[in-house]
Ligand binder design. Structure first.
Ligand code: ADE
Ligand code: ZN
Length: 337
């Protein structure tokens, strides 16, 4: 595309990437060997026969939950602080090469805790990766802890208490909170009490909604205090709600290649970027789980350009909104604009 160099050079902010979603098949096999962890046997699940077989299986996810099974199985190879630091660093190097200047990254501590890895280990490792990105790459970073919807609320409440009690909280090592994992099934408002408590403390909040779920998942997330919506593509099905989201300047963190791989849309053409631009809905373009969905942030930008042929002006609007809606001080925004 003639705009490729321009798109590569655009200063990017990434708002929707799960660090555990940066765990490539080769890193899964490498860390399994390093940590003496047995992966599912290939007779149980032929996808684990080899790096190539696992990579090939990722091209055939049938739904969010089909993907999540691999995502949660894969992250079981992460055990030590060094594993988490290495994983974060591998993402930041790639993001830097793609032109990312600021990255807000998710992690799922409940899932690590449920297999015996302490909250403090996970956060210390990921924070070390962030520190290194800041000092060696000049990338600004934010860690966002996600609550997962497939585990009981009591588990989320426990990790929220741990988050508050940890010295990292006062130091704002973990900047904000989100929720993720299975969308349709668990109660839409399962984190109502936690979000109310966190909002009262002024903690920045986001939420995965409107990915597989209908627009009522989005309105519920907003009602609970989410200031941003992760995915949100099904917002186009509710024009009234879309008007409100535009008016309130709520950012959607859209992930086009993820939406295609998880069959939320048949192709990137069906990701409603043009409808959002026309309605004045702010959005950023992100990779979600790049090791699983066949591309990092630049691949997502390029896929949008291939499918939608946006103008330089439209790209500038996207890039500017991505900076303006980042959870960073105005001085940092000014450097990025
Ligand atoms: N966790 C990691 N990726 C996710 C996605 N796309 N939706 C919900 N939860 C997730
Ligand atoms: Zn996500």
């Amino acid at each position: 595309s003639p705009l490729h160099d321009f798109i590569h050079g655009l200063p990017k902010c990434e708002h929707h990437v799960h660090l555990e979603g940066c765990l490539t098949p080769s890193l899964i096999f490498h860390l399994a060997a390093r940590n003496g962890i047995t992966l599912p046997s290939p007779t149980e699940n032929p996808a684990y026969a080899s790096i190539a077989a696992l990579t090939a299986r990722y091209e055939h996810f049938t739904s969010l939950d089909d993907f999540l099974a691999f995502y949660f199985e894969g992250m079981a190879v992460l055990r030590t602080e060094q594993d988490f630091a290495d994983l974060a660093w591998s993402y930041f190097q790639k993001a830097h090469a793609d032109g990312v200047h600021h990255a807000e990254v998710f992690f799922d501590p409940q899932v690590h805790q449920s297999r015996g890895v302490a909250y403090a280990t996970v956060v210390a490792g990921f924070a070390a990766g962030c520190q290194r990105a800041e000092s060696e790459l000049g990338l600004s970073t934010r860690l966002i802890m996600c609550f997962v919807r497939h585990l009981p609320v009591s588990s989320a409440r426990e990790v929220y208490e741990e988050f508050l009690a940890h010295e990292h909280f006062q130091a704002q090592v973990v900047h904000g909170l989100g929720w993720s994992s299975s969308e349709v099934g668990p109660p839409k408002d399962m984190f109502r009490e936690i979000y109310a408590a966190a909002a009262a403390r002024g903690i920045p909040l986001t939420a995965h909604a409107g990915e597989e779920g209908d627009p009522t998942y989005i309105s519920t997330a907003l009602e609970l205090g989410a200031q941003r919506i992760d995915h949100g593509i099904r917002l186009v099905e509710d024009p009234e709600l879309m008007k409100r989201v535009a008016q309130e300047g709520i950012l959607l963190t859209v992930c086009p290649l993820s939406n295609v791989r998880l069959r939320c849309v048949p192709s990137v053409e069906h990701v409603p970027v043009r409808k959002f631009l026309e309605a004045g809905v702010k959005f950023s373009i992100n990779s979600d789980d790049p090791a699983y969905f066949g591309g990092y942030i630049l691949d997502n930008y390029c896929a949008v350009q291939e499918a939608h042929q946006l103008s330089v002006m439209e790209w500038r609007i996207i890039a500017e909104n991505s900076v303006q809606e980042s959870w960073i001080p105005d001085e940092r925004k000014a450097e990025l604009l």
